[in-house]
Ligand binder design. Structure first.
Ligand code: MLC
Ligand code: AMP
Length: 492
């Protein structure tokens, strides 16, 4: 098994075919064929080798979407380097944890962003690396990789607050790519508008891979910009779009006539990474004439469950297990529950990661008899449709980005005058949920200053939208915070 073998259908098989347009936020654009991508990634692989990167080394990417991520990803797959994508919204504290855990040989970022990295991190300027690459040979170099060779460490938080690297192998990405390409009927005639960040598995594992496997055309945007999205749909005329629910909420602002015309040219809209509210799905159907296909995945497992391409896409559900994935719904005791009864979803299949990087303890806890315990709670209807009902952990998902309350609580508790902190997710019409902090603190604490302090140290989406003073945190007899008893918060 070789992931490159799947890509080669496009990279070597369709060299003259237009493959990719890239548009940056500043409006620059670039068009490339699959043959050009093959050559650019060969040059990049030689450039990485010349810098001493060896097969099995880790290499960090701290980059917004741009063509060089694709060159780098392909180069790493070709020579067996393990990619460590880092969310570009992360700040020093969050990056330092990932870097100390994954121990990458270097983190690649733009010259301008090098200052955002912790001083102790070895960073390589992307511009300098690209300048090296253009001097290199375009001849292919390949180190054979097996299905169990790690391709990427993608960091995702556990309930402990500290994020762990899910070891995703060549086989995991290949299985996911094959399941989605066939399940959602991707062909070389498709046009995929890519707006999801390539540092998370939704953009990386799904988008990039269905494109390379099907050999369709992709337009890569630096990021989703809701003011420009309708223009992109009109100028590019995609047949397929993948997004998080927040993007679909934003698209509801497109004027009805424009939306209907966009919908008429598109064959598939897929939503995932967070729950898609049924009213959003209905409003989208009215405006764009499409029933969004909702599916469910995780960093550790890539995609698990999907509504069908043909047949009913049922609002509020995530559909059926992907063809290569087995799903069990089990009780606290690990026993299968009958249809109609809630339980934790356990999954198994070639899409499921090998475990967490250098964390045998966390890996052992996450798996039971070969099944990955997702921590998501759901129920299966008699006709097989699975509905997710919640999570066993306190995870907050905002705009499709994950937030672990514990990480913010720990930072708040470190601040002068703060005695205790609890962070909860509050419903938000656009982002799904937003974090709000409850504090037991001295009167001298300036909440605005506290907010700026948090903003300097954590990714913007983790900064609580509200800071509420309370006398005490409601706790159980065992000392656990009873989040549901905290006073309601309303944005002003
Ligand atoms: C948002 N920002 C980004 C960004 N997304 N910056 C760089 N790259 C991105 N991709 C920043 C903005 O600069 C701004 O920062 C803030 O976030 C909010 O921006 P906005 O324009 O107001 O955004 P909004 O319209 O609310 O939309 C946000 C969003 C974003 C939907 C574009 O949340 C997003 O890209 N979400 C995707 C998350 C994702 O890919 N998740 C998949 C996880 S994998 P500031 O500083 O001004 O506040 C997974 C498994 C699975 O869960 O099942 O898929
Ligand atoms: P991540 O750790 O970023 O991979 O996030 C994975 C989590 O996102 C899952 O465990 C779910 O809780 C959530 N998730 C993904 N897709 C959906 C969906 N369609 N509906 C509800 N939750 C989802």
């Amino acid at each position: 098994m070789s992931l490159l073998g799947l890509y080669d259908r496009s990279l070597l098989g369709r060299t003259a075919t237009p493959a990719l347009d890239v548009i940056s936020s500043s409006g620059e654009s670039l068009s490339l064929t699959f043959g050009a991508l093959e050559q650019r990634s060969n040059r990049m692989a030689h450039a990485l080798r010349a810098r001493g990167v060896q097969t099995g080394d880790r290499l960090g990417f701290y980059l917004t979407n741009r063509v060089e991520i694709i060159d780098l990803w392909l180069a790493c797959i070709k020579i067996g380097i393990i990619v460590v994508p880092v969310n570009v919204l992360y700040r020093e504290r969050e990056i330092a944890h990932i870097v100390s855990d994954a121990a990458p040989i270097a983190v690649i970022t733009t010259t301008a962003q090098q200052a955002d990295l912790p001083i102790a991190v070895t960073s390589w300027s992307l511009e300098a690396l690209v300048a090296d690459a253009v001097q290199q040979s375009s001849e292919r170099i390949v180190v054979p990789c097996a299905a169990d060779t790690p391709a990427a460490l993608v960091y995702t938080s556990g309930t402990t607050g500290a994020s762990k690297g899910a070891v995703l192998t060549h086989g995991n990405f290949a299985a996911n790519a094959l399941a989605l390409t066939s399940g959602w009927e991707f062909t070389s005639h498709d046009r995929y508008l890519a707006v999801l960040p390539l540092f998370h598995v939704h953009g990386l594992g799904n988008g990039l891979h269905v494109w390379l496997l099907s050999g369709c055309h992709m337009r890569l945007a630096e990021r989703f910009e809701h003011e420009r999205a309708a223009d992109w749909f009109e100028s590019y005329r995609p047949t397929v779009f993948f997004g998080v629910p927040t993007m679909f909420v934003r698209l509801l602002d497109v004027a009805p006539e424009r939306a209907a015309a966009i919908g008429a040219r598109t064959r598939l809209f897929v939503s995932g990474s967070a729950p898609l509210p049924a009213p959003v799905m209905e409003a989208f159907r009215e405006r764009f004439g499409h029933v969004i296909l909702e599916r469910y995945g995780m960093t550790e497992t890539l995609m698990n469950v999907s509504n069908p391409y043909y047949g009913e896409r049922r609002a509020g559900t995530v559909g059926f297990p992907m063809p290569l994935t087995a799903v069990r719904i089990v009780s606290e005791a690990g026993v299968d529950v009958p249809d109609g009864t809630s339980g934790e979803l356990w999954v198994r299949g070639p899409n499921v990661c090998d475990g967490y990087w250098r964390r045998p303890d966390a890996t052992a806890t996450a798996f039971a008899d070969g099944w990955f315990r997702t921590g998501d709670v759901g129920v299966r209807a008699a006709d097989g449709y699975i509905t997710l009902e919640g999570r066993r952990s306190d995870l907050i998902i905002s705009g499709g980005f994950n937030i672990y309350p514990r990480e913010i609580e720990e930072l708040l508790a470190e601040q002068d005058g703060v005695r205790e902190a609890a962070v909860v997710g509050v419903k938000d019409a656009v982002r799904g949920e937003v974090p709000v902090a409850y504090l037991v603190c001295d009167e001298t604490v300036d909440l605005a200053e506290l907010a700026s302090q948090v903003r300097r140290q954590l990714a913007s989406f983790k900064v609580p939208r509200g800071f509420v003073r309370v006398e005490a945190l409601p706790r159980t007899a065992l000392g656990k915070v009873q989040r549901h008893l905290l006073p309601p918060w309303r944005s002003t």
